[in-house]
Design a protein around this ligand. Sequence first.
Ligand code: 2IT
Length: 444
Amino acid sequence: MDVNKLMITLEQKHPGELEYLQAVKEVLLSIKDVYNMHPEFEKVKLIERLVEPERIITFRVPWTDDRGDVHVNLGYRVQFNSAIGPYKGGLRFHSSVNLSILKFLAFEQTFKNALTTLPMGGGKGGSDFSIRGRSSNEIMRFCQSFMEELFHYIGPDEDVPAGDIGVGTREIGFLFGTYKKLSHKWNGVLTGKGIEWGGSEIRTKATGYGALYFINQMLQTKDVDIAGKTVALSGFGNVAWGAAKKASELGAKVITISGPDGYIYDPDGISGEKIDYMLELRASGDDICQPYAEKFNATFVRGEKPWTKKADIYLTCATQNELNENDAQMILKNQPICVAEVSNMGCTEKATELFINEKILFAPGKAVNAGGVATSGLEMSQNSMRLHWSENDVDEHLHRIIHSIHEQCVKYGRTSDGYVNYVKGANIAGFMKVANAMMAQGIV
Ligand code: 2IT
């Protein structure tokens, strides 16, 4: 495999799709040695097939606001890879959404889902619609219009969307209601449903909880106890909330959260009702974190990211490329114990390179945040079985899955000097599973 040549071809085919190209390059660099040991892969152009989505659906989403004005948004579903199961991955509603971002997310999802041990392919979708400042009725009408088109392409054995940025239980409810009305079927076509209507216990917390279980395992490889450690994290949405909740439950002290407006520094620690307040901030739809500072007498730093603060553990919990080379240099000066992406591709290519070159404990989103989609997979199982598992049952599965993901990373990522390159480990483990499935299924 010639990574440079492959990347030049891809850049020509998909000019300007920076996030997608970044995600592909990272995986190619990780897997090239393993790939080259398998001439049978090269013979059937496995990698050329794997880097292209199987299918992309784009559609218009017209809807009417509360004043009667008509808006037209763009809707997408990227069905990336179905080698090991039906397409599975979230829907993102955010003004920044474009095809490059959804292709990167769907590509990442393919490997992440392979790591979960569950039979799920990779997909992602969404819209450039923003819920910011929209009434619940407007959001409902948007979701109805979005699903009127999407419902042709999804199904419990075909493609099972879930939430992502801007899509939570409320939006999944509106989407599910419309799917049900159009299809005349009640089935597990979406995950992240409410507990009373087919949702799984733990799902809302699973991404953050799973991330902390994973980080705990990373720390254990160094005999470090998470209790008493300080955590700087970004974001204040569902993922940041779950991470903060579990971190403080494990005895760590979360000292920052952040939003598009800036970050909050709370040296007393963000725990208890302060964590629940994050849900209120999110529900307000204003997409700012500043009110936290006024309510709890903490510091608000406008326009900055939390990475300047000294902490033991740094977690990206907001969005892609939110931690760059400069941030990484600053963080490294503080000699952190661990840096982990909880958001998908939270670090830029250069930042990731710096952390790995310094041989610090560092892990990529597709391993760290896989607990979210894994619990979606458990929701699919429960829906198919027409059963509802207890919180304990789901948490046990989640623990087992995270343990297995960590083991796979160590198995494929351990280098000759003993350092575990989790990026390489996650990419190779995910790739090998998908590649073997694609080999078995012929050139399709
Ligand atoms: O990035 C992700 O893994 C998600 N947004 C969750 C996807 C899912 O299908 O639960």
